[in-house]
Design a protein around this ligand. Structure first.
Ligand code: AMP
Ligand code: MG
Length: 403
């Protein structure tokens, strides 16, 4: 049997990052930046007011207090967007709004709340020190500074950063489009009634959601019966538009394992037994020299674990990201476990911290690869190496945190 690490290395050896595209900012959300972005200007680009108030000379108001307020003449209003026509001399001030450019000569802002709000003359009841409520040019970002390195996932804050430095278009690795197909004549679409011998298709929904969690755009190519022609036609149909294809079911040793039957010999597809539990029957290869195809086993827990172990790193590689597994921590076992010799074992588990702040992990009791309740109630997978067969409570293990 092939080792997990070997299988993953083969996969990563044949997956290439998607070529970067120049996208309009409004299309770039969720993509991964393929270039470092530097600021062409300072942010803020000019000294401006942090408050609605009055731009003053600090020296003029140094002695202002409730009992001896200072009165200044207001030369005019400066709104956000104005171009700084005013200059302030001793005895004068300008009414100024948040974000408006600081007028020449002024060195402090007195917030309107400290004044009588006058428009021709204003009475100021508190002193302000130089620099008070002034946002200085460059105090956020200086011109030439890298604001986002290549490899950054563009979330809302990062998209805002790009717009703030004036970028309309950016080079990104686009979100991979992933077609997800369930196979099995027993499968029924949720929402429809199930008859005898039938079950609802859960894999295509779970795997599509898993794709989203890794930054891809998953779409269900639906569920097809164990009919070779239909399975092949559906996969071929997706090849044109997908960056990656995931199927589930039909790859083990049964008489109706159609995925294996129709894809064997196509492209670089190989069907192998990987020394792991759950998830032993795995298929992977490139079709059309370009599209990675993962044929995962049908049992829902097997399909899900296979996704985290093999598909997730590949999807990250497509996006130009390090093909890292989910975050791994060391935790101590809250209960003893046994494991088959020679297999990498992924156990559904609940990870938490104890009263001392140490990671503690409870293996779920139900470890069957069909037991979706235990999976849905877990937040982690214990990873046991191939040579481990028995561990006691208190022993430490590697634990993958599930997204
Ligand atoms: P297979 O790999 O096709 O032999 O399927 C293994 C087991 O997983 C069988 O019990 C199937 O009924 C079940 N299974 C396969 N595909 C799905 C699916 N999409 N949703 C839920 N269970 C599935
Ligand atoms: Mg099947």
């Amino acid at each position: 049997m092939k080792r997990v690490d070997e299988h993953l290395a083969d996969i990563l050896g044949s997956v290439r990052e998607l070529p970067p595209l120049e996208l309009a900012l409004s299309e770039a959300s969720g993509g991964v930046l393929a270039e470092p972005v530097t600021a062409p200007v300072d942010l803020p680009p000019f000294d401006n007011s942090a408050m609605d108030g009055y731009a003053v000379l600090a020296a003029d108001v140094a002695a202002a207090s409730e009992t001896s307020p200072v009165s200044l003449s207001v030369v005019g209003d400066i709104a956000a967007g104005d171009q700084g026509a005013y200059g302030i001399a001793p005895g004068l001030c300008a009414r100024i709004m948040t974000g408006a450019p600081l007028p020449g000569g002024a060195d402090a802002i007195v917030p309107v709340e400290w004044t009588d709000g006058g428009t021709a003359k204003v009475t100021i009841r508190r002193a302000a020190t130089p620099g008070h409520y002034i946002r200085r040019a460059g105090e956020d970002v200086t011109a030439g500074q890298t604001v986002l390195p290549a490899g950054t996932r563009l979330g809302a804050a990062q998209i805002g950063m790009l717009a703030a430095v004036g970028r309309a278009r950016v080079l990104v690795h686009p979100r991979p489009r992933v077609a997800v197909l369930s196979t099995g004549s027993e499968l029924v679409e949720p929402g429809r009634p199930v008859g005898p011998g039938q079950i609802w298709d859960s894999n295509s929904f779970a795997l599509t959601a898993a794709v989203t969690e890794v930054g891809g755009v998953g779409f269900r190519a639906g569920s097809v019966g164990d009919d070779p022609r239909e399975v092949l036609a559906t996969i071929e149909e997706q090849l044109a538009s997908a960056d990656l294809i995931i199927t589930s079911g039909g790859v083990s040793m049964g008489a109706y394992d159609v995925v294996k039957e129709v894809l064997s010999g196509l492209g670089t597809m190989r069907f192998e037994k990987v020394a792991m539990r759950p998830g032993k029957p795995q298929g992977f290869g490139l079709l059309d020299d370009r599209v990675p195809v993962f044929t995962l086993p049908g049992n829902p827990v097997s399909a899900y674990v296979s996704f985290q172990v093999f598909v997730r790193p590949a999807l990250r590689a497509l996006q130009g990201l390090p093909p890292a597994p989910p975050r791994t921590v060391r935790a101590y076992l809250a209960a003893p476990i046994t494991s088959p010799e020679g297999l990498r074992h992924y156990l559904r588990a609940e990870l938490s911290t104890d009263a001392d702040g140490d990671y503690r992990v409870f293996p779920a009791e139900a470890q069957g690869s069909h037991q979706v309740f235990a999976l849905a109630s877990s937040n982690a997978l214990i990873v046991l190496p191939e040579d481990v067969t028995e561990l006691q409570a208190g022993d430490t293990v590697d634990v993958l945190e599930l997204p």
